[in-house]
Design a protein around this ligand. Sequence first.
Ligand code: GCO
Length: 256
Amino acid sequence: MSTALFDLTGRTALITGSARGIGLALAQGLAQSGARVIVNGRQAGSSEAAASGLRAMGLQAQSAAFDVADAAAVEAAFAGFDAAGLEIDILINNAGIQHRQPMLDLALADWQRVIDTNLTAAFLVGREAARRMIARQRGGKIINIGSLTSEAARATVAPYTAAKGGIKLLSRSMAAEWAQFDIQANAIGPGYILTDMNQALVDNPQFDAWVKASNPAQRWGRPEELVGAAVFLASKASGYVNGQIIYVDGGWLAVL
Ligand code: GCO
């Protein structure tokens, strides 16, 4: 089989929250498949450092720092893309934060912060990207990053779980409204992945043992193991796939 179906040459991809972790791995993976990538984080310094690291690998990358949870900042960023002639063909809504605390002690402000960054931001950035994809009449790809908690809950991460459950159905809402414009909106649900965000969990011997015992793969995942699903969902190969969530979790959700 030719790999042309998966070729992203000539496409521009915005990956939110891509200065490190899963987002950076996905930016690298899409760029290695031919895309020009826009690295995004809240801070200009770390976003540009990540983009420059990709350029040093011979990849096409630039940075755009803005807060994805701030509607005015999102609109301003897209106005900047318009002015620079940057047309986003592929959007990965990856930016995410975590706050671990039992719900009985959880403050509204912490609930809201997690919902804003992990769910509302995907709507805000998705809306701006889709408006332009529709106006250009060339379709587009939206990939929202879910979680095992898009499917099942775990104590102490209620706002994250509510947001990631929302991501699954937001992806279906995007498909429902935008499939007619040849936009495919899907989600990826990563299992437990070795990232900075999860370092405290990796360092906790009981949690680490639980991950290894509960998962058929008996190990944590690596960020680059999400690239295959992302390239598939970003490419022509998934032209009739819409509103789905692909779990990349070592088989975790398949077992009791
Ligand atoms: C946590 C969360 C996540 C998980 C992820 C698994 O406690 O931090 O459970 O970070 O790694 O949701 O899909």
